[in-house]
Design a protein around this ligand. Sequence first.
Ligand code: KG4
Ligand code: ZN
Length: 335
Amino acid sequence: MLILGLESSCDECAVAVVEDGKKIHSNVITTQIDQHKVFNGVVPEIASRLHTEWIYSVTEKALEESGFTLQDMDGIAVTSRPGLVGSLLVGLSFAKGLSAASGIPFLTIDHMKAHVYAPFLEYDIEYPFIGLIVSGGHSIICKVYSFDDIEVLGTTVDDACGEAFDKVAKHYNLGYPGGVVIDRLAKEGNPKAFHFPQPDLSKRGNPYLVSYSGLKTAVINQLEQFHNKNYPITNENIAASFQKTAIDILTKRTIKAAKEHGLSRIVAGGGVSANSYLRSSLKEAKGFDTYFPSMKLCTDNGAMIAGLAYHYFKEGKVSSYSESASSRVSGFKTK
Ligand code: KG4
Ligand code: ZN
């Protein structure tokens, strides 16, 4: 079964052709980073306008590179949530148009479910497992029973992890996207230069909750207070110390979740799963099989949308043309 997958939830305009949820025939990703970096963040109005300009040619390119035509497709899938609504609507409306004109079945996909599906494009992974879905807008520690059955164990009570990377980078004028630059700078810095506090959320009664606003404030406004005077204050040292704290918050809870649920498999996805320290620290954790998407599949792409969509189409699921876009996640179970 050949699926065309479209993704326009944020600043990547991406389209892919994937066969049977696994075989990537094409995966075209165009990014608007250059257009947004002067603002140190994504400007929603600019993002949606660029999607409108780009989506037709990105789709044409994805089909051309795959060696198939639109008429060869068995399904057209598109991200409809969560994300920037103006950007989502471009992909969604375009996909509806393609489907209506061609008669090919249409399906909307949840972006976060697609992120945790991304490693399935490269590995055979058994359910259930502990999922860590971390992006610019979300930080979700979950138990994944199937491609569509996900129970949220913990999430952020304030900022998302990727958002904290972006805001720290913006404050220190390090560049955009923050995660990529901080990861790079951190390699030259010492994580012991600052001893930033980890959030204490014990009073909230859920050991899997995370928080980033306190850490962000400490890094931005209380640098001196947490400084170890044996090391100089440099961007590299700030990046290394911040990154270690931000990532340790996630790994500690993810490993605890795996142990307490008796699961040895951990699967990560989303932009932050590209982080080199996150990848090495989870891979080093003894007794677990950890799966990360390859770098190209960590951040937003159409292959994860087309790959996940296959499993719904196989069950005969299709979406109505009256479906709209939403900025929020939906369809995740909570206790
Ligand atoms: O999944 P994604 O491409 O878009 C959203 O769905 O939000 O994730 C983007 C986020 C940004 O916050 C970016 O700074 C972060 O992922 N990111 C990273 C790294 N690469 C991207 N964060 C930490 N380390 C990285 N290497
Ligand atoms: Zn994403």
